[in-house]
Design a protein around this ligand. Structure first.
Ligand code: SAM
Length: 280
């Protein structure tokens, strides 16, 4: 059934929905959801509640990890004639939720793809954590098994960015301990129940947070935000000398000083003076 007024242009509409507080549904999201020909929803019962909240009823079809491959071609075929909205249970579709293949296939088929941005737990957590936000890496859910989790943590340990993880209450203590072991004892924030009644952000070192939650798994939904690695320790005098001696074997003193200054971030003039001492 097509809505009576102002049909939407056919295509795929990616619609972000609230992560707890229904007041966060944007006016544009409500408009698109009430005019879509079909809503592809992760869980149609959850989305039915949202539609009730905005006083509308639209046809829905399930689109989730278990049926996506089977139903995607049919959805893409319909997008030529109909406006199909994709929603997940909460937050932004595609972010630790199904949808990227639907966007890819819709675009490959030449359909209109439109995003209606809105709440996303990862970004909301960054705004609560009080940690640097100029560079961040969204790492989603870590694997549940300890060896795979340690491997995944090692992969991101050297990245000079704030790290953002999704996690569940029962796994939080073990996850924080694994982060402390794999990343060092960085500052972090456990953000919980964002936009809901018991929203909180608990900050501290990873080891103190791991101790706090070890035997007290919190209820609700959680995002863990971890500070970037600290600045690397400045090179010691011995390291500077070793680099200079090696460079002096290949280069004249001024060039050796210049090369080492650039590589180790040391003062060029001081290195030149030291090079002359070493040569003498
Ligand atoms: N697509 C969603 C988004 O945009 O944030 C995320 C979906 S992912 C399957 C669900 C996870 O997001 C939860 O396990 C939790 O880690 C995080 N999350 C969702 N809502 C949250 C909230 N209100 N407070 C804290 N974390 C939340």
């Amino acid at each position: 059934m097509t809505p009576l007024v102002n049909p939407l242009v056919p295509g795929l509409y990616i619609v972000a929905t609230p992560i707890g507080n229904l007041g966060d549904l944007t006016a544009r999201a409500a408009d698109v959801l009430s005019r879509a020909d079909l809503i592809a929803a992760e869980d149609t019962r959850v989305t039915a509640g949202l539609l009730r909240h905005i006083g509308t009823k639209r046809p829905m079809t399930p689109y989730h990890d278990h049926n996506a491959d089977a139903v995607r071609p049919g959805l893409v075929a319909r997008m030529g004639m109909e406006a199909i909205a994709l929603v997940s249970d909460a937050g932004t579709p595609l972010i630790s939720d199904p949808g990227f293949k639907l966007v890819r296939d819709a675009r490959a088929a030449g359909h209109n793809v439109v995003t209606i941005p809105g709440p996303c737990a990862a970004v909301a957590a960054l705004t609560l954590a009080g940690l640097p936000t100029d560079r961040f890496l969204f790492a989603g859910f870590l694997p549940a098994k300890s060896v795979a989790r340690a491997t995944a943590i090692a992969e991101v340990a050297g990245i000079r960015a704030t790290l953002v993880f999704y996690e569940s209450g029962p796994r939080l203590g073990a996850m924080l301990a694994a982060l402390a072991a794999g990343l060092g004892d960085r500052e972090a924030a456990v953000t919980r129940e964002i936009t809901k009644k018991f929203e909180e952000a608990v900050t501290g070192s990873l080891s103190s947070l791991a101790a706090r939650y070890a035997d007290a798994p919190p209820k609700g939904e959680i995002v863990v935000v971890v500070a970037p690695p600290g600045e690397p320790a400045p090179p010691t005098a011995d390291e500077g000398d070793a680099a200079l001696i090696e460079a002096l074997e290949r280069l004249p003193a001024s060039k050796a000083a210049g090369e080492v200054a650039k590589r180790l971030g040391l003062d060029r003039r001081a290195l030149y003076a030291r090079a002359m001492e070493l040569k003498a």
